[in-house]
Design a binder for this molecule. Structure first.
Ligand SMILES: *Cc1c(COP(=O)(O)O)cnc(C)c1O
Length: 355
């Protein structure tokens, strides 16, 4: 792995700030960006010129490899500010590790952990005014890497750009969503790229999801590509089922993204004494669970929404609705996790990291 002097980040400050134009109470997720970004280029086999500079469009050659062959990976993280104005990240090492395993899968260079961390921390400090205090206020962090190499020859690029951009976000409650269980389309396959956080996985989901939207479903629950009988992910989130008082989620695999929220909820449940199983859940089990009343909850888990409750699902033209419950485990875990992330309660796991 090549390295660079991560401590020599050049900083070019924006002459003015856009922050006064932003209505922090009414933010649409991922649509407003802070004053600065972090950038570093991979050229001649090494990462060079790490720079923090004003957020702005930039020029690229039309033949850049990312436009043609989709070498593009990203991460999603959040920063939080506590009552003492300290800035916190949640398990950033997990995102950096996953970013680099996505890079390996997409034949892209890894970003040295120190460069990633230094770039992110310095960027957060410069734009710290954009991180608002209080439960529900977060700064969404989007690190990404694209292939910038010249020419449409179908080979991995030899040049890349790594960037981090920041977007203030309000905690959002997705409402209770209805989902369609995939019978034909697949998100991922064995030997494929489902475990990588790469742009094409999202592009491939848009069309089947738009078909589901037309039928009144907000998301698709993805099933295994071979048999379409095992439940794997909900949209771009990992998925959990509560059967009686046991939480069940599919084990991670080549087809399932190893979500930080997923693994945190599993560890929290274990600590709380909530029964948790990592095993495949069959579509038939859900339908039986609705019929005999053992299926209590379904929810998605991911950084953006944290936990997203699902109120019903359709399978083979039939719609099944979950019973209303008072004691949602999903919402209890969500509250505990967000309180921990915002430093409102103690963090017995050592997951929160002060920058
Ligand atoms: C990002 C992502 C998740 C959630 O991962 P977190 O680390 O919890 O944000 C789940 N599934 C897919 C497909 C994803 O891209």
């Amino acid at each position: 792995m090549s390295t660079t002097q991560a401590n020599k980040i050049e900083i070019i400050k924006a002459p003015t700030t856009k922050i006064n134009e932003v209505d922090f109470e009414n933010l649409n997720f991922g649509s407003v960006f802070t004053d600065h970004l972090f950038e570093c280029d991979f050229k001649n086999g090494e990462w060079q010129n790490p720079t923090i500079k004003p957020y702005a469009p930039f020029m690229m050659d039309p033949s850049s490899r990312v436009f043609h062959y989709g070498q593009a990976i990203f991460e999603g993280m959040k920063a939080y500010k506590d009552d003492n104005n300290d800035i916190w990240l949640f398990r950033p090492d997990e995102n950096i590790k996953r970013f680099n395993s996505s890079a390996v899968r997409m034949a892209m260079p890894e970003v040295p952990e120190q460069l990633f961390t230094e770039g992110l921390n310095q960027l957060l400090k410069l734009d710290e005014a954009w991180i608002k205090k209080g439960l529900g206020n977060t700064l969404y962090i989007r690190p990404f890497m694209i292939a910038t190499g010249f020419g449409v020859v179908a080979n991995p690029s030899d040049e890349y750009k790594f960037m981090i951009i920041l977007s203030p976000a309000k905690a959002y409650y997705s409402g209770e969503v209805k989902v369609l269980i995939a019978e034909h389309f697949s998100r991922a396959a064995n030997g494929g790229i489902g475990a990588a956080k790469t742009a094409g996985n999202y592009a491939g989901q848009f069309y089947p999801t738009s078909l589901a939207n037309k039928e009144g479903f907000q998301q698709v629950i993805w099933t295994d590509d071979a048999t379409h009988t095992k439940l794997e992910e909900a949209g771009t989130m990992n998925v959990f089922f509560r059967i009686n008082d046991t939480l069940v989620t599919a084990p991670t695999s080549e087809r399932i993204l190893d979500g930080v929220t997923r693994k945190s909820l599993i560890d929290m449940a274990k600590r709380e004494g909530i029964a948790i199983e990592e095993r495949s859940v069959l579509v038939s089990e859900l339908i039986e669970g609705i019929k005999d009343g053992s299926l209590k909850e379904i929810f998605g888990a991911g950084t953006a929404a944290v936990v997203s409750p699902i109120k019903g699902f359709a399978y083979k033209e039939e719609y099944f609705e979950l019973p209303k419950i008072e004691d949602s485990i999903a919402l209890q875990l969500k509250e505990k996790l967000t309180n921990m992330q915002h430093k409102l309660t103690e963090d017995p796991f050592g997951w929160t990291v002060k920058i």
